[in-house]
Design a protein around this ligand. Structure first.
Ligand code: SAH
Length: 377
């Protein structure tokens, strides 16, 4: 998942064309039958105003369209599920945040005995309809609720434990929107001791980039706007990490891990973290920004599956998260940028993240040291 927050990145032209399987499947399921009609849903949708969508963007189909069209994301889940049908056969599955119901339907098709599809936003109404239209209602129960608010007697067929939890909870910078809290909650309440989580690993990385052109457009733009000094906004622009696509050739250092999560054991406290890093530069260049991205793993399988959201990997809707430095560094190959990064949910709005980056650089051409605070919102 990732709430729609397009910051003007490039169109993901490569994403669909590389997802060889997706278009073919879309064709397969095409039907000439009349689309199901639901007056109730249509009436509710008409009544929904932009205010409703502002407070709950997952109610609107467009955000789900973006996620479904992210073939790196959706096919990783599909492959983890349908290529491991033996794990799903006759098992009870919970889909935490089912959206349109896509992952629940993969699990049902893979042979699950029953899937509990939990979704708190209004898209749950469409999920129910979609599941009915695909004749999977006897296998999947949609609970339109916050996961944390499910009463024991609302669980279908008297289910008290689940064998597998599937969830697509990842946000920008992995942790934005803090939905991992909900997965941890579901794990601790319902997952059997030897249960499986999909995915079960997530790793956050950081690296350095050269990005003169974009820094000029997004940050230095405010220095002189039609002859006026708008640096008051530049300060704000520097505070907000930019979610956008970074070209692989912009990367000028190794990438290092700053957070490694084992979802089978991690705790809510682990989601606020502090980590030190040391980034060796690979070439002589300018360093304008640090970039964070994550990988996810489904490794409780015979053949583990991984996907990456890094600059060198195929486009995903998570793009990368760019933290511009107030003062770019002049660096030489072999020199190292050391520093630390800390991250915690904002006290006023726990969906937002307060991130702080401290750097220390002693190069042959320049020295620099300082701390910058960022707010991902
Ligand atoms: N599983 C779908 C949707 C992923 S987006 C897919 O892969 O396409 C994550 C979804 O989780 C959103 O629809 C959001 O509304 C839902 N969600 C977030 N927090 C939740 C909570 N606490 N309880 C139930 N659903 C939640």
């Amino acid at each position: 998942m990732s709430e729609f927050q397009d910051k003007g990145g490039e169109a993901p032209s490569a994403a669909m064309s590389n997802g060889v399987e997706a278009p073919a499947e879309a064709m397969e399921s095409h039907s000439t039958e009349e689309a199901p009609k639901s007056n109730e849903i249509a009436e509710e949708l008409e009544a929904a105003t932009s205010k409703d969508y502002y407070f709950d963007s997952y109610s609107h189909f467009s955000i789900h369209e973006e996620m479904l069209k992210d073939t790196v994301r959706t096919l990783s889940y599909k492959h983890a599920i349908v290529r491991n049908a033996h794990l799903f056969k006759d098992k009870v599955v919970m889909d935490v945040g089912c959206g349109t119901g896509i992952l629940s339907m993969f699990a049902a098709r893979a042979g699950a005995a029953h899937v509990i599809a939990v979704e708190c936003s209004a898209i749950a109404d469409q999920a129910k309809q979609i599941i009915e239209d695909n004749e999977l209602s006897d296998k999947i129960t949609v609970l339109k609720k916050k996961c944390e608010e499910i009463q024991d007697d609302e669980m279908p067929n008297g289910i008290t434990k689940v064998d597998i939890i599937i969830s697509e909870w990842m946000g920008y910078f992995l942790l934005y929107e803090s939905m991992l809290d909900t997965v941890i909650y579901a794990r601790d309440r319902w997952l059997t001791e030897d249960g499986i989580l999909m995915p079960n690993t997530a790793t956050l990385y950081i690296c350095a980039i050269e990005d003169a052109e974009y820094m000029e457009q997004k940050i230095n733009f405010w220095d002189n706007v039609y002859g006026f000094d708008m640096r008051a906004i530049k300060e704000l622009a520097l505070l907000e990490p930019l979610v956008d696509t970074v070209e692989g050739e912009c990367v000028i250092s190794n990438a290092v891990e700053i957070l490694e999560l084992d979802l089978t054991t991690c705790r809510v406290e682990d989601l606020r973290f502090e980590s030190t890093f040391s980034l060796p530069f690979q070439r002589d260049d300018y360093c304008h920004a640090l970039v964070a991205f994550f990988d996810c793993g489904f490794t409780q399988l015979h053949t583990p599956i991984h996907f990456s959201t890094g600059p060198a990997a195929e486009y995903t809707h998570w793009k990368q998260t760019v933290f511009y430095l107030k003062t770019p560094l002049t660096v030489c190959a072999g020199e190292t940028l050391s520093g630390s990064i800390s991250c915690e949910p904002n006290k006023g709005n726990p969906r937002d993240l307060d991130i702080s980056i401290a750097i220390h650089f002693q190069g042959s051409i320049m020295h620099a040291q300082g701390v910058q605070r960022f707010r991902l919102r």
